[in-house]
Design a protein around this ligand. Sequence first.
Ligand code: SAH
Length: 469
Amino acid sequence: MLLLGMLLTITTTHTPATDLGYLLHKNPARLQSFPMSFGQVHLFYPEASLDRCTVALLLDVDAVGLVRGHESEGFALQQYVNDRPYVASSFMSVAINQILGTALGGRSKERPELAQTALPFAATLAVVPCDGGEALLRRLWEPLGYAVAVDHHVLDTHVPEWGDSAYFTLHLTAEVCLQELLTHLYVLIPVLDNDKHYYVGDDEVEKLLRFGHGWLATHPERELITKRYLKHRKSLAQSALARLVEQPDPDAMVAAHEREEAVVEERMSLQQQRMGAVVATLRASGARRVLDLGCGEGRLIGALLADKQFEEIVGMDVSYRSLELAHERIHLERLPEMQRERVRLIQGSLNYRDQRLAGYDAAAVVEVIEHLDPPRLAAFERVLWEWAKPGTVVVTTPNSEYNVRWEQLPAGNFRHRDHRFEWTRAEFQSWAKSVAERFGYTVKFLPVGPEDAEAGAPTQMGVWTRHGY
Ligand code: SAH
């Protein structure tokens, strides 16, 4: 019989560390084995002292038995076992759910408070397949607050089927509640392995939403996580994403914005190109004190922080929720004081005159104007160009001519349902020139993203310079 393993260890240094046994509802003194549909899972504690306690979950996946047991069911187990003998990934999640279900649900009979307390944890996955390499491992775990260390692994050549795929040992450390650690592992272990395996049904969507609650909606890689978790079944992933953003608060539209646009723009990572173009323009203008108006989740702020030229960065948004997300995204609390002092997040609306915006070198307004009601545009123009009057203004907005090039976009639709309008290049330029004339600026235009001969680039950017600046 071919036995294939996967090992997860979780260590805590909380004292008394042996409380881990209570949290997991598993006695540290005993080895326990659990028969599962795919083989055996063994749970044991390699160490259990007051200072340090480690639990190990070892999967023995019985590949031969798996195939035999399911011959009649007609789904692709046979093939998957043959193709990828090492795919224990989704089985590890099944094991976490079935064997550590109480802890996964955040409950503990003996230590209910401890179950809700952040404790020092270190988790190691002895071997994980990850086609995206170390970079993907970091992109998945670091936003959740884990310190990530990765050992690169060349597997034993005794099993040639393992081929030369990328396998890693993944070490994670963080102060989190056990439940958080387990739910992150539950969702992300199968995501590391990008292969399709067993049938994914609707209840997988439920599981994803349940275990992703509280962290997935704000994870920068939520698209990738959702798609991979649902094994690229588009309709499932879409319904999960849609439900992830169904929040009763009025800011839900804002939260949905990035996600939806991200789906449409995904293929070319237009967002990154846009940020790059805006940062480069601001840098070239010589600006040191800059405004990011309608800063949303703070993508641009993060990029500006990385450049020392920008001494003062003020992000403003009308949505409090967005500001909270921006706060989290740039880890404001954790930044060293020198860095933290460069950034300020303020709530405010571009529809009203605001003293706080006066006297800056430059302002960026990235993918915001299309969210303003056309009748409010005139107010916004005065707020920015007449009263705030920065030396340089950078505005980006979708180029509606390009929309015909997006395959997923039904003709005549906007890229996001909260967009009040989307302009052609001619429309944007005539508006921009009239603003420049009325308020004493000159304006230039730059395309952002891959240019189509007829439709132009997906994003259009206007750069205004105040006369005499
Ligand atoms: N600039 C960010 C976010 C774009 S989404 C980025 O490129 O990632 C549009 C943002 O504009 C949202 O965060 C929304 O809350 C904000 N917004 C919409 N109307 C606004 C107004 N009147 N005043 C200030 N911000 C506004």
